[in-house]
Design a binder for this molecule. Structure first.
Ligand SMILES: [Zn+2]
Ligand SMILES: [Zn+2]
Length: 113
């Protein structure tokens, strides 16, 4: 398997899940928290994606779309940073949720498979 390189940090991407699939999961989490900010959230993801240079692509293991290669850390940093500007506690929850698999169980399976 050829290593995919994240276009943001140049590290290998171990779990090839696209930003949009991560976003679906995060939205489910936001809704679980009864927060009505999914619209703003989508906008932020859009900005993040637009800021990327299409140097490297990967096929998402969830939706099978050929997409710009990004790792979940850069996604976390960007989206978590945006959340932190709105609500610090929420941002901490977000990162925790990500790391404990609340948001993405299959994501973890990808990493440790
Ligand atoms: Zn990265
Ligand atoms: Zn996807």
């Amino acid at each position: 398997m050829v290593d995919k390189i994240c276009v943001v940090c140049n590290e290998s991407v171990y779990a090839t899940i696209c930003a949009l699939c991560l976003t679906d999961r995060t939205e489910a989490w936001l809704e679980g928290k009864k927060l009505s900010m999914t619209r703003e959230f989508r906008q932020q993801v859009r900005l993040f994606l637009d800021s990327l240079k299409k140097r490297s692509t990967m096929r998402c293991s969830m939706c099978r779309t050929e997409t710009i290669a990004t790792c979940h850390m850069c996604y976390l940093e960007n989206i978590g940073g945006w959340l932190a500007r709105k609500d610090k506690g929420l941002a901490v929850d977000f990162v925790k949720g990500f790391n404990t698999g609340l948001i993405s169980n299959s994501f973890k399976e990808e990493i440790y498979a």
